[in-house]
Design a protein around this ligand. Structure first.
Ligand code: DLL
Length: 435
Protein backbone atom coordinates (compact mmCIF):
# COMPACT_ATOMS: atom_id res chain seq x y z
CA UNK A 1 0.00 0.00 0.00
CA UNK A 2 1.58 3.31 -1.00
CA UNK A 3 2.56 5.60 1.85
CA UNK A 4 0.95 9.01 1.66
CA UNK A 5 3.77 11.17 3.06
CA UNK A 6 6.97 9.13 3.05
CA UNK A 7 9.16 12.03 4.16
CA UNK A 8 7.33 12.24 7.46
CA UNK A 9 5.70 8.85 7.97
CA UNK A 10 9.03 7.07 7.49
CA UNK A 11 11.16 9.65 9.30
CA UNK A 12 14.12 8.42 11.39
CA UNK A 13 13.73 8.60 15.14
CA UNK A 14 16.43 11.18 15.80
CA UNK A 15 15.18 13.57 13.14
CA UNK A 16 11.67 13.13 14.50
CA UNK A 17 12.86 13.87 18.06
CA UNK A 18 14.46 17.08 16.84
CA UNK A 19 11.37 18.06 14.86
CA UNK A 20 9.11 17.37 17.83
CA UNK A 21 11.33 19.44 20.10
CA UNK A 22 11.35 22.42 17.74
CA UNK A 23 7.60 22.23 17.25
CA UNK A 24 6.97 21.84 20.94
CA UNK A 25 9.11 24.88 21.62
CA UNK A 26 7.09 26.92 19.13
CA UNK A 27 3.80 25.65 20.58
CA UNK A 28 4.76 26.45 24.17
CA UNK A 29 5.92 29.93 23.14
CA UNK A 30 2.63 30.48 21.34
CA UNK A 31 0.43 29.43 24.24
CA UNK A 32 2.58 31.33 26.73
CA UNK A 33 2.15 34.50 24.70
CA UNK A 34 -1.47 34.11 23.65
CA UNK A 35 -3.43 32.00 26.15
CA UNK A 36 -3.91 33.45 29.63
CA UNK A 37 -4.69 30.00 31.06
CA UNK A 38 -1.28 28.58 30.12
CA UNK A 39 0.63 31.78 30.94
CA UNK A 40 -0.78 31.76 34.44
CA UNK A 41 0.16 28.11 34.90
CA UNK A 42 3.67 28.43 33.51
CA UNK A 43 4.31 31.56 35.59
CA UNK A 44 3.12 29.82 38.74
CA UNK A 45 5.72 27.13 38.09
CA UNK A 46 8.43 29.57 37.07
CA UNK A 47 8.55 27.78 33.70
CA UNK A 48 9.71 29.91 30.79
CA UNK A 49 9.40 27.98 27.54
CA UNK A 50 12.39 29.67 25.91
CA UNK A 51 14.69 28.65 28.77
CA UNK A 52 13.22 25.62 30.41
CA UNK A 53 12.55 23.31 27.49
CA UNK A 54 15.76 21.58 26.51
CA UNK A 55 14.59 18.03 25.92
CA UNK A 56 11.27 16.53 25.04
CA UNK A 57 11.08 15.04 28.53
CA UNK A 58 11.03 18.56 29.99
CA UNK A 59 7.37 18.59 29.06
CA UNK A 60 6.88 16.48 32.18
CA UNK A 61 7.49 19.61 34.24
CA UNK A 62 4.17 20.97 33.00
CA UNK A 63 0.77 20.16 34.48
CA UNK A 64 -1.93 18.26 32.61
CA UNK A 65 -4.85 19.95 30.90
CA UNK A 66 -8.26 18.39 31.52
CA UNK A 67 -11.67 18.47 29.89
CA UNK A 68 -12.83 20.61 32.79
CA UNK A 69 -10.14 23.19 31.98
CA UNK A 70 -11.46 23.38 28.43
CA UNK A 71 -15.05 23.61 29.58
CA UNK A 72 -14.17 26.36 32.07
CA UNK A 73 -12.69 28.34 29.18
CA UNK A 74 -15.97 28.23 27.24
CA UNK A 75 -16.26 29.34 24.53
CA UNK A 76 -13.06 30.95 23.21
CA UNK A 77 -10.76 31.61 26.18
CA UNK A 78 -8.22 29.00 25.17
CA UNK A 79 -7.93 30.07 21.56
CA UNK A 80 -4.38 31.13 20.75
CA UNK A 81 -5.33 33.34 17.80
CA UNK A 82 -7.90 36.12 17.40
CA UNK A 83 -11.28 34.95 16.17
CA UNK A 84 -10.82 36.62 12.81
CA UNK A 85 -8.10 34.07 12.04
CA UNK A 86 -10.39 31.17 12.91
CA UNK A 87 -12.13 29.74 9.86
CA UNK A 88 -13.92 26.76 11.45
CA UNK A 89 -15.33 25.97 14.88
CA UNK A 90 -16.29 22.54 16.20
CA UNK A 91 -17.29 21.38 19.64
CA UNK A 92 -17.76 18.29 21.71
CA UNK A 93 -21.06 17.53 23.38
CA UNK A 94 -22.60 15.59 26.17
CA UNK A 95 -19.80 15.41 28.69
CA UNK A 96 -18.86 18.53 30.61
CA UNK A 97 -21.42 21.15 31.57
CA UNK A 98 -20.23 23.39 28.78
CA UNK A 99 -18.92 21.78 25.60
CA UNK A 100 -15.27 22.11 24.64
CA UNK A 101 -15.17 24.52 21.73
CA UNK A 102 -12.29 24.09 19.32
CA UNK A 103 -11.18 26.33 16.46
CA UNK A 104 -9.07 25.92 13.34
CA UNK A 105 -7.12 28.44 11.28
CA UNK A 106 -6.80 27.94 7.56
CA UNK A 107 -3.45 26.20 8.13
CA UNK A 108 -4.97 23.98 10.84
CA UNK A 109 -7.61 22.82 8.34
CA UNK A 110 -4.97 22.14 5.72
CA UNK A 111 -2.93 20.05 8.15
CA UNK A 112 -6.06 18.31 9.45
CA UNK A 113 -7.07 17.09 6.00
CA UNK A 114 -3.47 16.08 5.30
CA UNK A 115 -3.35 13.96 8.46
CA UNK A 116 -6.74 12.37 7.84
CA UNK A 117 -5.55 11.63 4.28
CA UNK A 118 -2.57 9.82 5.81
CA UNK A 119 -4.64 7.62 8.11
CA UNK A 120 -7.18 6.84 5.40
CA UNK A 121 -4.41 5.95 2.96
CA UNK A 122 -2.81 3.71 5.55
CA UNK A 123 -6.18 1.95 5.80
CA UNK A 124 -6.22 1.35 2.05
CA UNK A 125 -8.10 4.34 0.58
CA UNK A 126 -6.97 5.61 -2.84
CA UNK A 127 -8.26 7.97 -5.53
CA UNK A 128 -10.20 5.04 -6.97
CA UNK A 129 -12.39 4.60 -3.92
CA UNK A 130 -15.96 5.64 -3.23
CA UNK A 131 -16.05 6.36 0.47
CA UNK A 132 -19.27 6.57 2.48
CA UNK A 133 -18.93 8.66 5.62
CA UNK A 134 -21.57 7.79 8.20
CA UNK A 135 -20.24 10.04 10.96
CA UNK A 136 -22.20 13.08 12.04
CA UNK A 137 -21.69 16.18 9.89
CA UNK A 138 -21.97 19.20 12.12
CA UNK A 139 -20.36 20.57 15.22
CA UNK A 140 -18.79 17.21 16.07
CA UNK A 141 -15.55 16.60 14.21
CA UNK A 142 -16.14 13.12 12.76
CA UNK A 143 -18.00 13.78 9.49
CA UNK A 144 -16.25 16.87 8.16
CA UNK A 145 -12.88 15.68 9.46
CA UNK A 146 -13.00 12.43 7.50
CA UNK A 147 -14.64 14.15 4.55
CA UNK A 148 -11.86 16.60 3.78
CA UNK A 149 -9.17 13.98 4.32
CA UNK A 150 -10.86 11.68 1.81
CA UNK A 151 -11.22 14.54 -0.67
CA UNK A 152 -7.55 15.35 -0.16
CA UNK A 153 -6.72 11.84 -1.35
CA UNK A 154 -9.02 12.33 -4.30
CA UNK A 155 -11.47 9.59 -3.38
CA UNK A 156 -15.15 10.12 -4.25
CA UNK A 157 -16.86 11.06 -0.99
CA UNK A 158 -20.47 10.23 -0.12
CA UNK A 159 -21.34 12.45 2.86
CA UNK A 160 -24.31 10.38 4.00
CA UNK A 161 -23.88 11.32 7.69
CA UNK A 162 -25.55 9.32 10.47
CA UNK A 163 -28.55 7.02 10.53
CA UNK A 164 -31.31 6.07 8.07
CA UNK A 165 -29.82 2.66 7.51
CA UNK A 166 -32.03 1.63 4.58
CA UNK A 167 -31.02 4.77 2.72
CA UNK A 168 -27.35 4.15 3.55
CA UNK A 169 -27.71 0.69 2.07
CA UNK A 170 -29.43 1.88 -1.07
CA UNK A 171 -26.64 4.41 -1.60
CA UNK A 172 -24.04 1.76 -0.86
CA UNK A 173 -25.54 -0.45 -3.57
CA UNK A 174 -26.31 2.17 -6.22
CA UNK A 175 -23.24 4.39 -5.84
CA UNK A 176 -20.92 1.39 -5.50
CA UNK A 177 -19.35 2.27 -2.17
CA UNK A 178 -15.95 0.69 -1.67
CA UNK A 179 -15.09 2.09 1.79
CA UNK A 180 -17.44 2.38 4.74
CA UNK A 181 -16.46 4.78 7.53
CA UNK A 182 -18.50 4.19 10.67
CA UNK A 183 -18.49 3.25 14.30
CA UNK A 184 -17.84 -0.49 14.61
CA UNK A 185 -21.32 -1.00 16.04
CA UNK A 186 -22.90 0.77 13.08
CA UNK A 187 -20.95 -1.44 10.66
CA UNK A 188 -22.71 -4.39 12.30
CA UNK A 189 -26.10 -2.67 12.20
CA UNK A 190 -25.56 -2.32 8.45
CA UNK A 191 -24.55 -5.98 8.22
CA UNK A 192 -27.74 -7.02 10.08
CA UNK A 193 -29.94 -4.92 7.84
CA UNK A 194 -28.24 -6.16 4.67
CA UNK A 195 -28.97 -9.71 5.76
CA UNK A 196 -32.58 -8.88 6.64
CA UNK A 197 -33.00 -7.33 3.19
CA UNK A 198 -31.44 -10.48 1.65
CA UNK A 199 -28.81 -8.42 -0.13
CA UNK A 200 -26.03 -10.54 -1.58
CA UNK A 201 -23.24 -8.82 0.33
CA UNK A 202 -20.51 -10.40 -1.79
CA UNK A 203 -21.90 -8.55 -4.77
CA UNK A 204 -21.47 -5.15 -3.12
CA UNK A 205 -18.26 -3.28 -3.95
CA UNK A 206 -17.13 -2.90 -0.33
CA UNK A 207 -13.42 -3.45 0.32
CA UNK A 208 -12.67 -1.67 3.56
CA UNK A 209 -14.42 -0.65 6.78
CA UNK A 210 -12.68 2.13 8.69
CA UNK A 211 -14.01 2.07 12.22
CA UNK A 212 -13.69 4.72 14.90
CA UNK A 213 -15.36 6.56 17.71
CA UNK A 214 -15.88 3.81 20.29
CA UNK A 215 -13.99 0.89 21.82
CA UNK A 216 -14.23 -2.42 19.97
CA UNK A 217 -12.43 -5.73 19.96
CA UNK A 218 -10.67 -8.25 17.73
CA UNK A 219 -13.82 -10.39 17.78
CA UNK A 220 -15.85 -7.49 16.47
CA UNK A 221 -13.23 -6.85 13.80
CA UNK A 222 -13.50 -10.45 12.70
CA UNK A 223 -17.28 -10.28 12.65
CA UNK A 224 -17.27 -7.09 10.54
CA UNK A 225 -14.73 -8.60 8.15
CA UNK A 226 -16.55 -11.91 7.82
CA UNK A 227 -19.99 -10.44 7.36
CA UNK A 228 -19.18 -7.45 5.13
CA UNK A 229 -16.29 -9.07 3.21
CA UNK A 230 -13.93 -6.17 4.02
CA UNK A 231 -10.66 -5.45 5.77
CA UNK A 232 -11.52 -3.48 8.90
CA UNK A 233 -9.11 -1.06 10.55
CA UNK A 234 -9.17 0.99 13.73
CA UNK A 235 -8.94 4.75 13.71
CA UNK A 236 -8.59 7.12 16.65
CA UNK A 237 -9.20 10.77 17.27
CA UNK A 238 -10.88 13.18 19.59
CA UNK A 239 -12.39 16.60 19.09
CA UNK A 240 -10.46 18.37 21.82
CA UNK A 241 -7.15 17.55 20.15
CA UNK A 242 -8.20 17.80 16.48
CA UNK A 243 -10.78 15.16 15.57
CA UNK A 244 -10.03 12.17 13.33
CA UNK A 245 -6.48 11.99 11.96
CA UNK A 246 -4.56 11.58 15.19
CA UNK A 247 -3.81 7.87 14.80
CA UNK A 248 -4.89 5.08 12.50
CA UNK A 249 -4.09 1.48 11.68
CA UNK A 250 -2.35 0.47 8.49
CA UNK A 251 -3.32 -2.74 6.75
CA UNK A 252 -1.04 -4.71 9.09
CA UNK A 253 -3.93 -4.21 11.56
CA UNK A 254 -1.77 -4.19 14.64
CA UNK A 255 -2.04 -0.85 16.35
CA UNK A 256 -2.66 2.71 15.22
CA UNK A 257 0.25 4.83 13.95
CA UNK A 258 0.25 8.17 15.76
CA UNK A 259 0.96 11.17 13.54
CA UNK A 260 3.92 11.93 15.74
CA UNK A 261 5.21 14.88 13.75
CA UNK A 262 2.04 16.71 14.85
CA UNK A 263 1.27 15.15 18.24
CA UNK A 264 3.38 14.19 21.21
CA UNK A 265 1.96 11.15 22.96
CA UNK A 266 2.62 10.13 26.55
CA UNK A 267 1.08 7.35 28.61
CA UNK A 268 0.55 8.05 32.28
CA UNK A 269 -0.64 6.24 35.33
CA UNK A 270 -4.09 7.87 35.66
CA UNK A 271 -3.94 7.79 39.46
CA UNK A 272 -0.46 9.23 40.01
CA UNK A 273 0.28 11.08 36.78
CA UNK A 274 3.60 9.22 36.49
CA UNK A 275 4.76 8.72 32.89
CA UNK A 276 4.83 5.03 31.93
CA UNK A 277 7.23 3.27 29.54
CA UNK A 278 6.14 1.83 26.17
CA UNK A 279 4.17 -1.38 26.53
CA UNK A 280 2.52 -0.38 29.79
CA UNK A 281 -1.15 0.44 29.74
CA UNK A 282 -2.26 3.80 31.05
CA UNK A 283 -4.02 7.00 30.05
CA UNK A 284 -3.08 8.60 26.75
CA UNK A 285 -1.96 12.23 27.12
CA UNK A 286 -1.59 14.30 23.95
CA UNK A 287 0.15 17.57 23.15
CA UNK A 288 -0.42 19.25 19.79
CA UNK A 289 2.77 20.31 18.01
CA UNK A 290 1.51 22.38 15.09
CA UNK A 291 -1.99 23.60 15.88
CA UNK A 292 -2.39 27.36 15.66
CA UNK A 293 -5.90 28.17 16.85
CA UNK A 294 -6.36 25.60 19.57
CA UNK A 295 -3.14 24.03 20.83
CA UNK A 296 -3.45 21.76 23.86
CA UNK A 297 -0.63 20.91 26.24
CA UNK A 298 -0.61 17.53 27.96
CA UNK A 299 -4.30 16.92 27.43
CA UNK A 300 -5.64 13.98 29.42
CA UNK A 301 -7.74 12.04 26.95
CA UNK A 302 -9.20 9.59 29.49
CA UNK A 303 -8.47 6.78 26.99
CA UNK A 304 -6.56 3.71 28.15
CA UNK A 305 -4.01 2.14 25.82
CA UNK A 306 -0.29 1.44 25.48
CA UNK A 307 2.43 2.51 23.08
CA UNK A 308 3.96 0.01 20.67
CA UNK A 309 7.55 0.86 19.78
CA UNK A 310 8.49 -2.13 17.63
CA UNK A 311 8.90 -1.29 13.94
CA UNK A 312 5.87 -2.00 11.78
CA UNK A 313 6.30 -4.09 8.61
CA UNK A 314 4.45 -1.39 6.65
CA UNK A 315 7.53 0.83 6.77
CA UNK A 316 6.01 3.69 8.73
CA UNK A 317 8.25 4.65 11.62
CA UNK A 318 5.63 6.38 13.74
CA UNK A 319 4.99 4.51 16.96
CA UNK A 320 1.57 2.98 17.41
CA UNK A 321 -1.05 2.97 20.12
CA UNK A 322 -2.87 -0.23 20.93
CA UNK A 323 -6.62 -0.48 20.73
CA UNK A 324 -8.32 1.80 23.22
CA UNK A 325 -9.09 -0.55 26.07
CA UNK A 326 -11.60 1.61 27.86
CA UNK A 327 -11.75 4.85 29.76
CA UNK A 328 -10.31 5.81 33.10
CA UNK A 329 -12.80 8.55 33.84
CA UNK A 330 -16.56 8.62 34.17
CA UNK A 331 -17.28 9.05 30.48
CA UNK A 332 -19.33 6.29 28.89
CA UNK A 333 -19.61 5.84 25.13
CA UNK A 334 -22.88 4.80 23.54
CA UNK A 335 -23.24 4.81 19.73
CA UNK A 336 -19.99 6.78 19.52
CA UNK A 337 -21.46 9.50 21.77
CA UNK A 338 -19.57 10.48 24.90
CA UNK A 339 -21.73 10.87 27.98
CA UNK A 340 -21.03 11.62 31.64
CA UNK A 341 -23.84 10.05 33.73
CA UNK A 342 -23.53 12.80 36.37
CA UNK A 343 -24.42 15.46 33.79
CA UNK A 344 -27.64 13.62 32.93
CA UNK A 345 -28.54 13.95 36.62
CA UNK A 346 -28.02 17.72 36.34
CA UNK A 347 -30.48 17.93 33.45
CA UNK A 348 -33.10 15.83 35.22
CA UNK A 349 -32.63 17.94 38.35
CA UNK A 350 -33.24 21.10 36.33
CA UNK A 351 -36.54 19.69 35.08
CA UNK A 352 -37.67 18.11 38.33
CA UNK A 353 -36.45 20.76 40.76
CA UNK A 354 -34.77 18.02 42.80
CA UNK A 355 -32.17 15.42 41.89
CA UNK A 356 -34.11 12.16 41.79
CA UNK A 357 -32.62 8.67 41.95
CA UNK A 358 -31.74 7.69 38.37
CA UNK A 359 -29.69 5.20 36.45
CA UNK A 360 -28.37 5.00 32.89
CA UNK A 361 -28.64 1.58 31.29
CA UNK A 362 -26.93 0.76 27.99
CA UNK A 363 -28.55 -2.12 26.11
CA UNK A 364 -27.97 -3.77 22.76
CA UNK A 365 -30.58 -5.36 20.53
CA UNK A 366 -29.31 -6.81 17.25
CA UNK A 367 -26.19 -4.60 17.37
CA UNK A 368 -28.32 -1.51 18.02
CA UNK A 369 -27.10 0.24 21.14
CA UNK A 370 -29.74 2.07 23.15
CA UNK A 371 -29.59 4.30 26.18
CA UNK A 372 -32.35 3.87 28.74
CA UNK A 373 -32.60 6.26 31.64
CA UNK A 374 -34.58 5.06 34.62
CA UNK A 375 -35.85 7.78 36.88
CA UNK A 376 -37.62 7.20 40.17
CA UNK A 377 -40.65 9.44 40.57
CA UNK A 378 -43.05 10.01 43.45
CA UNK A 379 -45.75 7.38 44.08
CA UNK A 380 -48.66 9.64 43.23
CA UNK A 381 -47.12 10.59 39.89
CA UNK A 382 -46.25 6.96 39.19
CA UNK A 383 -49.67 5.55 39.99
CA UNK A 384 -52.14 8.32 39.23
CA UNK A 385 -51.00 10.82 36.72
CA UNK A 386 -50.51 9.17 33.36
CA UNK A 387 -50.73 12.35 31.34
CA UNK A 388 -48.19 14.15 33.54
CA UNK A 389 -45.94 11.14 33.27
CA UNK A 390 -46.05 11.25 29.47
CA UNK A 391 -45.27 14.97 29.46
CA UNK A 392 -42.38 14.47 31.87
CA UNK A 393 -40.90 11.66 29.79
CA UNK A 394 -41.15 13.80 26.63
CA UNK A 395 -39.47 16.77 28.29
CA UNK A 396 -36.67 14.67 29.70
CA UNK A 397 -36.05 12.87 26.42
CA UNK A 398 -36.00 16.14 24.51
CA UNK A 399 -33.73 18.00 26.93
CA UNK A 400 -31.29 15.12 27.27
CA UNK A 401 -31.24 14.58 23.50
CA UNK A 402 -30.44 18.27 23.07
CA UNK A 403 -27.49 17.93 25.38
CA UNK A 404 -25.95 14.64 24.31
CA UNK A 405 -26.99 14.53 20.67
CA UNK A 406 -28.81 11.18 20.82
CA UNK A 407 -32.30 10.35 22.04
CA UNK A 408 -32.51 8.16 25.14
CA UNK A 409 -35.55 6.18 26.27
CA UNK A 410 -36.65 7.57 29.62
CA UNK A 411 -38.52 5.18 31.92
CA UNK A 412 -40.24 6.49 35.03
CA UNK A 413 -40.17 3.92 37.80
CA UNK A 414 -41.55 3.52 41.32
CA UNK A 415 -39.57 4.88 44.23
CA UNK A 416 -37.11 2.26 45.47
CA UNK A 417 -37.18 0.15 42.32
CA UNK A 418 -33.65 0.95 41.10
CA UNK A 419 -31.26 -1.52 42.67
CA UNK A 420 -29.02 -0.19 45.45
CA UNK A 421 -25.69 -1.75 46.32
CA UNK A 422 -24.69 -0.89 49.89
CA UNK A 423 -27.37 1.78 49.75
CA UNK A 424 -25.89 3.34 46.61
CA UNK A 425 -27.20 3.42 43.07
CA UNK A 426 -24.74 2.71 40.29
CA UNK A 427 -25.21 5.61 37.86
CA UNK A 428 -24.33 3.52 34.82
CA UNK A 429 -25.04 -0.11 34.06
CA UNK A 430 -23.70 -1.62 30.85
CA UNK A 431 -25.90 -4.50 29.69
CA UNK A 432 -24.24 -4.71 26.27
CA UNK A 433 -22.57 -8.05 25.71
CA UNK A 434 -18.80 -7.88 26.14
CA UNK A 435 -16.95 -9.03 23.03
O1 DLL B 1 -15.04 10.32 17.93
C1 DLL B 1 -13.71 11.72 16.54
C2 DLL B 1 -13.55 10.70 15.51
C3 DLL B 1 -14.52 10.51 14.57
C4 DLL B 1 -12.36 10.07 15.44
C5 DLL B 1 -14.27 9.67 13.52
C6 DLL B 1 -12.09 9.24 14.42
C7 DLL B 1 -13.05 9.06 13.41
P1 DLL B 1 -15.18 12.62 19.92
O2 DLL B 1 -16.64 12.67 19.68
O3 DLL B 1 -14.50 13.79 20.51
O4 DLL B 1 -14.41 12.40 18.58
O5 DLL B 1 -14.87 11.33 20.77
C8 DLL B 1 -13.55 11.03 21.13
O6 DLL B 1 -14.13 8.72 21.32
O7 DLL B 1 -11.66 10.13 23.48
C9 DLL B 1 -12.39 7.93 22.70
O8 DLL B 1 -12.89 7.75 24.00
C10 DLL B 1 -13.44 7.53 21.68
N1 DLL B 1 -12.80 6.96 20.50
C11 DLL B 1 -12.49 7.57 19.34
N2 DLL B 1 -11.92 6.69 18.50
C12 DLL B 1 -11.85 5.51 19.15
C13 DLL B 1 -11.36 4.21 18.82
C14 DLL B 1 -14.46 11.35 17.74
N3 DLL B 1 -10.83 3.92 17.64
C15 DLL B 1 -13.56 9.83 22.02
N4 DLL B 1 -11.44 3.25 19.77
C16 DLL B 1 -12.15 9.40 22.40
C17 DLL B 1 -11.98 3.50 20.97
C18 DLL B 1 -12.40 5.69 20.43
N5 DLL B 1 -12.47 4.69 21.33
Amino acid sequence: MPIWDKKHECISRDILDQLQLERLQATLNRVYKNVAFYKKRFDALGFFPEEDLENLSDIQKLPFTTRKDLSDSYPYEMFAVPLREVVRVHSSSGTTEKPSVVGYTRLDLKIWSELVARVLSAAGVTTDDVIQVTFHYGLLTGGLGIHYGAERIGASVLPTSVGRTDRQIRIMQDYRTTVLVSTPSYALVIADRLEEMSVDIKRLNLKYAICAGEPWSEETRKEIEDRLYVRATDNYGLSEVMGPGIAGECLEQSGMHINEDHFLAEIINPDTGEVLPPGETGELVLTTLTKEAFPVIRFRTGDLCYIIEEPCPCGRTFRRISRIQGRCDDIVIIKGTNIIPERIGDIIAEIEGIRPVYQLVATRHNHHDELEIWVEVSEDLFFDKMREQRALVDTMERRIANFIGMTPRVKLVEPGSIKRVNGKVQLFVDMRPKK
